[in-house]
Design a protein around this ligand. Structure first.
Ligand code: ADP
Ligand code: MG
Length: 250
């Protein structure tokens, strides 16, 4: 479990990217951080692997203060899918996928077996391992990003708008595959998006962020049926209205 306890982050000493932010990430869930651009989603996510340090408050990771964990060890035990793919262009797919296992000094044989498994897992042909990122489509690159995050079999996955740059059809396919993968692998996932439909499709629970503050956290039913703030109310009311338009066509 990961616990944010009254966490704040100030970058320039004035405006708060995160403001007294508290929540718990429960073992095995997909928790979606939902909010518009600049609401503090990436800041919150990147605190979990210590790429960003809180200005105030603390974070507990499996019961222990995150500050006491070595950031390098931590990052090798948490999968991270970066906003906008983030593959290294001069490395092949195989090299990209096995970055963390290589840092962990896995044997050549073990690396080869793992690469093959991972390509199957994210449904890429085994021939793609020798290709470079720019030889792949956006969707294929994103599959490589997911494979890389899963490489050392971490218990936690952090995903920052991983499907944001894809066309709608590819995004639908990858979302569906990701849900299947999640069911099979049983990871704990913190997933950042600004897309409310994506949040509804993927989440066990949704945390709504607005101006660095947590507006509400709950299941999609909680948020639809019992919105606690005007912001959440209008966000979900608008979506319910849009979805009801489509109902007439189904
Ligand atoms: P989101 O991921 O929801 O778009 P971010 O967490 O990236 O939001 O940013 C939250 C706020 O913090 C924004 O106002 C952003 O401009 C600011 N911010 C983020 N990173 C930095 C940084 N490295 N330096 C200064 N301000 C930053
Ligand atoms: Mg962001």
């Amino acid at each position: 479990m990961i616990v944010f306890d009254s966490v704040s982050k100030t970058y320039d000493g004035v405006s708060k990217a995160l403001d007294n932010f508290s929540l718990e990430v429960i073992e095995g869930e997909i928790l979606v951080l939902l909010g518009s651009s600049g609401s503090g989603k990436s800041t919150a996510l990147r605190m979990i692997n210590r790429l960003v340090e809180p200005t105030a408050g603390k974070i507990l990771f499996e019961g222990k203060d995150l500050n006491n964990k070595d950031p390098i060890v931590l990052r090798r035990s948490i999968g991270y899918v970066v906003q906008g793919v983030g593959l290294l262009p001069h490395m092949t797919v195989e090299e990209n996928i096995t970055i963390v296992p290589r840092l962990l000094n896995w044997s050549r044989e073990k690396l080869e077996i793992r690469c093959k498994e991972l390509l199957e897992l994210v449904r890429l042909p085994s021939s793609s391992k020798k290709k470079f990122p720019d030889e792949l489509s956006g969707g294929q690159q994103q599959r490589v990003g997911v494979a890389r995050a899963l490489a050392a079999d971490p218990s936690y996955l952090l995903m920052d708008e991983p499907f944001g740059a894809l066309d709608a059809i590819t995004r639908d396919i990858l979302q569906r595959e990701f849900l299947e993968l999640k069911q099979r692998l049983g990871k704990t996932v913190v997933f950042v998006t600004h897309d409310i439909v994506e949040a509804l499709v993927l989440s066990d629970r949704i945390a709504v962020l607005h101006d660095g503050r947590l507006e509400q956290i709950g299941t999609k039913n909680d948020l639809f049926e019992n919105p606690k703030t005007d912001f959440v109310k209008s966000l979900f009311a608008k979506t319910a209205k849009q979805l009801s338009i489509f109902k007439d066509y189904l």
